[in-house]
Structures are given as C-alpha cells and as structure tokens.
Design a protein around this ligand. Structure first.
Ligand SMILES: [Zn+2]
Length: 455
C-alpha cells in the first residue's frame, strides 16, 4: 500500500461536483485513488510520496478522446500539408501502410510523452491500420512503459477502393480476421475495473472505409463484451456526400440504422450535424470528441461546441492524429476549442449567443472527456477517483500579469509544458521531463523510422 500527499497548491482545481477551486489546497491518495481533498491543513501531514505544489496550480489530468498515435511518424508530410480530408488521407495511406511494429512503438511513446507534457493522463487511441505484423499489442506495451492510462482501440478498415471505399486495397483487412482479433484483444486486455489502466474499444475507421456488415457485427461484439464503440463521423461535407450517394442517408441516419447511436458510442469530430442530430445525441447519450485544430488544419469546418453543451451532449476533446494537428498538446487544444467557439459567434448566425469560457473548455477536457469514455474514475480530483493530475508553475513568464484569475490563465495565456504530471499516483513528468523512459533515445529512433517510411 502506498500513499501520496499533494499539498500547498497555490490553487487546486478539483472539477468535483461542486467545481471547488481551493487556494492552499491539496489531496491525499492511497494506492492511486484519492481519499481526501481540501485545504492542506485538513490533510494528513505526510505520506510515502509528498509533492509540495507551492507556486503551482494543480488540475485534474486531461483526457484525450481521439488520437492516432502512429501518425507521429508522418507529421507535416509535404504531400498532405495543404489538403482537405480525402486528399490528405490518400496522400498518407501509402506511407502508413509501410509502418512496422518497432515504428509503432516509438510513435506511441512520442505521442504519449507529448500529451503527458501537456497535462494529459488518459489517452484513447484510434488505431485502424494493421499491416506488416503491426498489432494493438505493440501500442499497449508502449503505453505501459511510459505509464499513461490507455484506452486502446482495435480499429479496422475493410472497404478498399475496389469495393467503393477510399483506402487502397492493400490497406484493408479481411472482416472475419478483424472480428477474430477484436475478440482476442478484448479477452486478453480489457479491464473493466475501477481505476483500470487499460481498456479496449472497438473502432472501425469511418463509413467510407468499412462495410455496414462490419459496423453491425462490431457493435454486437462490443455490446456482448461490454466495451465501447467509436468511429469518425460527420467530419466533412465529402463524407456526407459519400453516404448520401452510397446509402441514401446522412451519416448519422446511416449509423443509427446500424445500431451505432447510443450511450456506449462516441464520434470523433461531428462537425457537419443539424439540430435534429444534436438532439438525438443528447437523448441517446451518444458522445462527441471535438478536435478543433484538426478541423481547422484540414478546412473541415467548425463543430457546434456550444450547441452541444447547451443540449447536454457529452463532449470531450481530442488532439486527433499527429498528422492532422502536427502537435499533441491537449491544453493547447482546450484553448483552440475556446477560441474557435468564439470565432463561430462571428461566422454562424445560428450559434447560441454565449461566450465559451476558459472553465467551460477545462471542464470539457477533464470531466467531459471522462464522461465520453464512460469513466467515472477519472476527470476530477475528488474522493474515490484516480490520482491523475498535473501542475503548472505560476511564476512562468507567460503567466506574468495574468494571475488575477490563475484558473483562466492556463487557457487564455500561451499553452505551457507542465511541471509535474502523475498518473494513478505515480510520476510520469517531473520538473518538465518524462521520467519513466529515456525520451532522447526514443526520439532518435523514432526519427529514423519516420525517415525510412518515406523511402
Ligand atoms: Zn481521427
């Protein structure tokens, strides 16, 4: 049994049910779970590990609800720098298909390290391309090495160009093989327990890269196994044109017909939705992962964040893959979400006339993400939840003059690297550096793999 005491925070942001912000606060945790939160004077005087957070703001670990860690191998690819989604995907498929298991390992470590350095403690990854012997197992092993809480997907693509899909045929897999591997991965890895460090999600890629049969069978398997479902949806107008042409339905209607609109499902992007679809998500508990940087980068559009929040839709944040964001800073993503919602006030006359505030996007990035992932054990610093948190030095140059409201400063001011980031009561970042693995070696190896993919 090990204990942790975090004390003397200049400000502790709990995101608990009362949204308490406690000057001079801290918390006490046992075996990775929080058992007391409050003013430092009310907490035990010592513990096995003691972190003095003087001069720092302490926040709940951020939750990333959509990523493609392997894309860290193809950031900033020249052929994809100035392209919308379908052209961007077409430029990348031929490079991604050459990825190897060792390359996947370094990409996972780079992506998770980058996120941890931005305050992210739980990561969902949407992996859907498995060639050259690549398996979800490679990423799961890497996540355990670095110590970040991980939700891995056994994703899939089965509808190649010869079947009317977007990906080349050499990128897709046989559907029976996909389903068999989904079953294997769930049986081997999925942990449904409170505080689980690893869970499995089933995640076919998109309506334009899988068949309706695979979507139906995947949903049935997920429900019998008690795991969640995820896919990309309503990302672009091109996708809407595709499902109207192929199936005679808008994307949400198509997915609803296949049993994919429910409280165990969340969609990445959900940019191109109408008010009826927003209402349907709210009524059914279907979640949304908002990825503002990727949506801007690919000129996809502006997701109606404030409409979702007002309707009561569960919304989390995602940096999306490293090749359509080119970064993985989740606190920066929260800032983008706030700024883009404000831009939307100027360009969408139908947008609710509401200012999206710094605390709104911090909530989306913490409690919101936890709700989207179906997790009641993360997303807030409160009794019974996991000791997942990060701290920021408030005496940094970038916050100077902005400390009249330190909570809002972490969103309004330029995004920073964290001072400390702990997951389940264990340090992953200390004094701004990853401490669980040697990142210099990983980065050098990763750059070699990335260069090899382009040959
Ligand atoms: Zn994506």
């Amino acid at each position: 049994m090990s204990t942790l005491l975090v004390r003397n925070a200049a400000m502790l942001v709990t995101m608990d049910d009362a949204r308490r912000e406690i000057a001079g606060g801290g918390f006490f945790a046992r075996d990775g779970l929080i058992v007391a939160v409050g003013d430092t004077a009310t907490l035990p005087a010592t513990a096995d590990d003691v972190l003095d957070a003087s001069g720092q703001i302490v926040l709940p670990g951020l939750v990333n609800c959509h990523h493609h860690l392997d894309q860290a191998l193809t950031r900033n690819l020249p052929a994809g720098q100035n392209a919308e989604l379908f052209d961007w995907l077409t430029a990348h498929y031929k490079v991604w298909v050459k990825r190897t298991p060792p390359a996947s390992r370094t990409a996972t470590l780079v992506g998770l390290a980058e996120l941890a350095l931005s305050g992210c403690t739980t990561v969902f990854d949407h992996a859907y391309l498995f060639q050259n012997g690549c398996r979800v197992d490679d990423q799961i092993a890497a996540a355990a090495e670095i110590g970040v809480r991980f939700m891995a997907s056994r994703g899939s693509m089965s509808r190649g160009q010869s079947q009317g899909g977007l990906p080349p045929d050499n990128c897709v897999e046989d559907e029976d093989a996909i389903l068999a591997d989904c079953q294997r991965v769930i049986g081997r890895y999925h942990d449904a327990s409170h505080g689980a460090m690893l869970q499995i999600v089933l995640a076919p890629c998109a309506p334009f890269s899988v068949t309706d049969r695979l979507l139906r069978d995947t949903a049935a398997m997920a429900r019998s196994a008690g795991v969640r479902l995820h896919t990309h949806l309503c990302e672009t107008t091109d996708e809407e044109v595709y499902t109207l042409a192929q199936f005679g339905m808008r994307p949400v209607d198509y997915m609803a017909e296949l049993g994919w609109v429910d409280n165990d499902v969340w969609f990445a992007h959900a940019v191109k939705v109408n008010d009826a679809e927003i209402g349907l998500f709210a009524r059914t508990g279907t979640g949304v992962c908002h990825c503002p940087t990727s949506n801007m980068r690919l000129a996809s559009g502006i997701a109606p964040l404030q409409k979702y929040l007002q309707a009561g839709v569960r919304v989390g944040l995602g940096v999306d893959g490293s090749a359509s964001n080119d970064g993985g800073h989740l606190l920066a993503e929260a800032r983008q979400a706030m700024l883009l919602a404000r831009l939307n006030l100027a360009v969408d006359p139908d947008a609710p006339r509401v200012w999206t505030a710094a605390r709104d996007v911090l909530e989306v990035a913490t409690r919101g993400g936890a709700a989207v992932l179906g997790r009641e054990d993360i997303g807030a610093l409160q009794t019974g939840r996991c000791a997942d948190f990060f701290t920021l030095d408030l005496d940094a140059i970038g916050y100077a003059g902005g400390l009249s409201d330190p909570v809002a400063a972490v969103v309004f001011c330029a995004p920073r690297t964290v001072k400390h980031c702990w997951v389940h009561g264990r340090p992953v970042v200390t004094d701004g550096r990853i401490v669980t693995i040697d990142m210099a070696t990983v980065v050098a190896e990763h750059n070699r793999h990335a260069a090899t993919l382009l040959i």
